[in-house]
Ligand binder design. Sequence first.
Ligand code: MN
Length: 413
Amino acid sequence: MTWLDLPADHPFGLAHLPYGVFSTVADPAPRVGVRIGDLVLDAARAAAATGYAAGAAWATPSLNAFLGQGTTAWAAGRAWLTQVLNDAAYQHAVQPHLLPLDAVTLHLPITVGDYVDYYASAHHARNVGMIFRPDSPALPVNWKHLPIGYHGRSGTVVVSGTPFHRPCGQRKGPQDPVPVYGPSVRLDIEAELGYVVGGATSMGERISVDEAGEHLFGVVLLNDWSARDIQAWEYVPLGPYLGKSFCTSISAWVTPMAALQSARVDLPRDEADPEVLPYLRGTGTGVQGSGGAAFGLDVHLEVRLNGEVVSRPEYRDMYWSPAQMLAHMTVNGASVGDGDLFGSGTISGPEKGQRGSFLELSWGGQEPFELADGSSRSYLQDGDEVAITAWAPGPDGTRIDLGDVSGRVRPPR
Ligand code: MN
């Protein structure tokens, strides 16, 4: 029983406890907070008030210091939070450090180190293959053997609610005789989960699938804004570049992996799928590489355009586990740092209403999708706002909400 006035089934209840970074008008120094119900706990001050010395890592403007302390500290921090928010003996010390959510400003929760984006949905990869490369196999030949990814731009990762200008760039459509420069006319979204990494490693070290849990701190919602016209012209042969690097949005709250235990599911595999190489398997996993350390997640997303739901992707359809993505990222000896971030890739399901990008929803612009007001849409217009929300099963039939990531398109400049 908690001393907080909090319904047992609140989606930001005691089973969740996501971390973020906030400030207030009275105290504008950004610092780590923990969301509980519709309140934010000023974590470092509450820790000081109860004599929890390790909480000093939270008196900083990002989660990076805490991420650097590793899994033992993450578990201890979560245990301390659970104790002081439950045990009435701590109410007197802790309550003064709880602030109303609507009285705080939320900031980017991590100082983003290296940023990688994957491509882990078979449905998304097939759809994109059919749209971009109609004369080639829909799924690239390497796709079921390794999680395909690219390095993105960490400096343009922004917190939910940050607007951005429509990007300009170079494009050349099939009918254009020469390339042209100007604002993107095929601005798109990609609904994804992002994984926040901690427990930095050194060059030459590898993180195995089994060890990945020691480095996977938590999950954010991620929108990988994408300019499809810029992307289509530039991406061969080295992959996404300026079509992606202008803005990537993440949610303000980082849901710890520890809060997603009830959401773990096996990866989707069938008999025809190739067995992956040993470094992508992990122990306790089946011959197809599913289950155990290489887990999937039962996360249900909703994508809204100007308030209207346009897609409901299901994360459990994703082929590759975050543990496999981290193992693959480091198998060559590449190090990871505290605050590294990697995206799952666009989450798309087998149904049209589960596609996580407008590229797929409008099939490359050939089949514009209908909106409630009777208009139809292929790509984003200036002024559009896209918001992505998600929920996952919590313990005992409860739900946890993964916060939200939103952003609005400003005209080009
Ligand atoms: Mn992406």
